[in-house]
Design a protein around this ligand. Structure first.
Ligand code: SAM
Length: 280
């Protein structure tokens, strides 16, 4: 079987990743986006939305473990968790590893992403079958406006902040998040790469600082994301976030108490980055 070259179409990055793939397993178009699933000898199966690789089976843990376990271990009792986006199920899988979680609501605008993930990514979509999981197909920006003092942790696991995902990095949205969180709630969102999206990281951090008393940034190195040095913006109403305050008992590939602390940027560099003193 001749190898196929897949070249990413990422309008949000200055480079194009190119992958050798052995076959195209699924090709479709939902009312929101083009959805593809391909098989790669090196990366395993890959989920692609509108031409941008969202995840691969081999390295997805580097993203989902950090996105879920840092906020959940910074909170003493995260019973009610909201995930906006995350239709592949990877973040939901990690959230449900916490026995303390009683309810995990996943709100993804596109139900077809969830169906495709259930069919082609069984190791990621395993959480959809958990009795604590509730799936809603709606725009997260609209959904969150109906809630006040409801959630312990809110996680945004969205596509790049363009198109229908753009609303998820606005100050309005962050104010709705603040209202929907309990008085000791924690918020986190994936916020792109330091190398190629520094302005967006800085703007998001500055918007969060207008809404939350505690705002910080941690990172993971993700081989399939343009810019690699991937950021997670975290905001907390009460608790410090740089160390876990609960013992780490969940089974993971890389996340643990040391890696939690190691993921945060040194304060001096973090301040330089957010205040604009760090430039290319
Ligand atoms: N892990 C990937 C990443 O880091 O880029 C993203 C995972 S997941 C596939 C992204 C999901 O966000 C998609 O399924 C998309 O439908 C969803 N999404 C984008 N904007 C949304 C919105 N406004 N409300 C709800 N879901 C949204």
């Amino acid at each position: 079987m001749r190898d196929i070259l897949f070249i990413e179409r990422d309008p949000y990055a200055p480079i194009r990743h190119c992958y050798t793939i052995s076959k195209i397993l699924y090709q479709g178009k939902s009312p929101f986006q083009e959805i593809q699933v391909v098989e790669s000898p090196e990366f395993g199966r890959m989920l692609i939305l509108d031409g941008v690789v969202q995840l691969d089976e081999k390295y997805e843990f580097l993203y989902h473990e950090y996105l879920a376990h840092v906020p959940l271990h910074a909170h003493p009792e995260p019973k009610n968790v909201l995930i906006i986006g995350g239709g592949d199920g990877g973040t939901l899988r990690e959230v449900l590893k916490h026995d303390v979680v009683e309810r995990a609501i996943l709100v993804d605008i596109d139900k077809e992403v969830i169906e495709v993930s259930k069919k082609f990514f069984p190791t990621l979509s395993v959480g959809f079958g958990d009795s604590r999981a509730i799936v809603v197909n709606e725009d997260g920006y609209k959904y969150i406006q109906d809630y006040e003092n409801e959630f312990d942790v809110i996680i945004v696991d969205s596509t790049d902040p363009v198109g229908f995902a753009h609303v998820l990095i606005t100050e309005d949205f962050f104010r709705y998040v603040y209202k929907a969180l309990k008085n000791d709630g924690i918020f986190v969102a994936q916020t792109e790469s330091i190398h190629y999206h520094l302005d967006m990281v800085r703007t998001t951090q500055q918007r969060l600082r207008k809404v939350f008393p505690i705002v910080d940034l941690y990172t993971s190195i993700i081989p399939i994301y343009a810019g690699y040095w991937w950021t997670f913006s975290i905001a907390s109403k009460k608790y410090p976030v740089r160390s876990p305050i609960r013992e780490v008992k969940v089974q993971t590939k890389i996340y643990d108490a040391d890696m939690h602390e190691y993921a945060f940027l040194p304060e001096k560099f973090y301040d330089k980055l957010v205040n604009g003193d760090y430039k290319y």
